[in-house]
Write a protein that binds this ligand. Structure first.
Ligand SMILES: Nc1nc2c(c(=O)[nH]1)N[C@H]1C(S)=C(S)[C@@H](COP(=O)(O)O)O[C@H]1N2
Ligand SMILES: [Mo]
Length: 393
């Protein structure tokens, strides 16, 4: 029996937290309630969103598990968990966000294809593992390499889960070799999440973490690493997770004209309020998360209580009680920033949040202008309705 295998049915799924909102049962896709998402800076493993495309793989014998590293390199190798554990260990606090986060709101404009997510297909964890740049050195690829001698330019990660989009084949994705071999990009082969061994849902025994990039590239249940000349040709790189303008529909789509999405764009959402709220007259707390992709900082989070006419600035923090400064070198550069503002809502209104990153990128105002048929990257201003009533609900 192999060390790691992908079952063909859902009879051996792990137990999950009862608070999760299940968006699809098989494959299992679920997110925590809004209010629970931001009670902690580091998201508890149980509450962290779970995004799968097939049944959860099974480890029969961890002693027999190994990752093969092969392709356009001189010395292909099979690495056991011990080989990975023997490398220097890094703990990287990084936010993972599904490109489909906030898809449900986009689907209200026009139908989109995909799992309906509210605003919690995102989480922040401390990932422990070896740097991919160190792993690549074991097979003779020096740090900061963009092309190997035999023409390798991309690093492909292949799993074992059986995905229907791949006609029963495994999930796979790739990133450029220049990013993979750059130790400062902090790409990890992670075996721990929040100080515990990874659990099955999140990729046990070993997964990739690509900080600052959409979750789809952080392949779980890693089986092999291939050094290849062209980006991975798998479904999730070539026929999914690409950005299209609103004019593209299922009749005129040409997948090959677009790049696979990598860095996620500046995002923020209010988690302290549901879509529609009835509140008592007075101060309300508007709090949530902001996340800038690509290792950029969160420069500002703006809150409006009049639908976007006037704005106040929210306070930002990563560590409780310590104000966040976007260019501080001690920040967790790959992690989200929580925000809070106390505002007055004297009458029924729309409360809006939008964030600005350190490259001055801003979230687009309307979801219509970024609508796309797959419902990805909905980063439009996050809006909630507040009705001021006589009694709080
Ligand atoms: N093997 C494998 N890796 C995968 C996936 C998958 O279905 N199979 N889903 C991807 C997507 S789309 C996301 S958003 C993240 C979700 O990671 P999580 O379930 O640990 O939150 O895993 C990525 N890695
Ligand atoms: Mo995703």
């Amino acid at each position: 029996m192999p060390g790691l295998r992908g079952p063909s049915d859902y009879s051996r799924e792990p137990a999950r937290h009862p608070c999760l909102r299940i968006n699809a049962k098989a494959p299992f896709n679920a997110e925590p309630p809004r209010s629970m998402l931001i009670t902690t800076y580091v998201t508890p493993v149980d509450l962290f969103y779970k995004r799968n495309h097939g049944p959860i793989p099974i480890v029969d014998d961890i002693e027999r598990y190994s990752v093969s590293v092969r392709g356009l390199i001189e010395n292909p190798k099979m690495l056991s968990m011990k080989d990975i554990w023997d490398l220097p260990k890094y703990d990287v606090t990084a936010t993972l966000q599904c490109a489909g986060n906030r898809r449900t709101a986009m689907s209200k404009v026009r139908t989109v294809k995909g799992v309906g997510w509210d605003i919690a297909a995102i989480g922040n964890a401390v990932w422990g593992g070896a740097k991919l740049a160190d792993v690549l050195e074991l097979v003779g690829i020096p740090k900061f390499t963009s092309t190997t001698q035999s023409g390798g330019k991309h690093v492909e990660f292949v799993s074992v889960d059986m995905c229907k989009e791949e006609n029963g084949g495994p999930y796979k994705a790739s990133i450029p070799l220049s990013q993979a071999s750059n130790p400062e990009a902090d790409v990890l082969l992670a075996y721990e999440m929040n100080g515990e061994p990874l659990n099955r849902d999140h990729g046990y025994p070993l997964r990739v973490i690509v900080p600052g990039v959409i979750g789809a590239r952080s392949v779980k249940w890693l089986d092999s690493i291939n050094i290849i000349a062209e980006p991975c040709q798998g479904f999730f790189m070539q026929k999914d997770y690409k950005m299209f303008p609103p004019s593209v529909n299922w009749d005129n789509i040409e997948w090959s004209t677009r790049r696979p999405i990598m860095d996620f764009p500046i995002q923020c959402a209010i988690c302290s309020l549901e879509d529609i709220n009835v509140i008592k007259h007075g101060k309300i707390t508007v709090s949530g998360y902001a996340a800038a992709g690509g290792g950029r900082g969160v420069e500002r989070v703006d809150i409006s209580v009049d639908g976007g006419k006037t704005w106040v600035e929210a306070s930002r923090y990563q560590k409780p009680g310590i104000p966040y400064v976007s260019d501080d070198e001690n920040n967790d550069k790959w992690a989200w920033v929580l925000f809070e503002a106390k505002v007055d809502a004297p009458h029924s209104t729309e409360i809006v949040a939008k964030a600005v990153d350190t490259a001055a990128n801003v979230q687009p105002e309307s979801v219509e202008e970024i609508w796309n048929l797959r419902g990805v990257l909905n980063t439009s201003w996050h809006k909630v309705q507040v009705r001021v009533g006589h009694s709080a609900m």
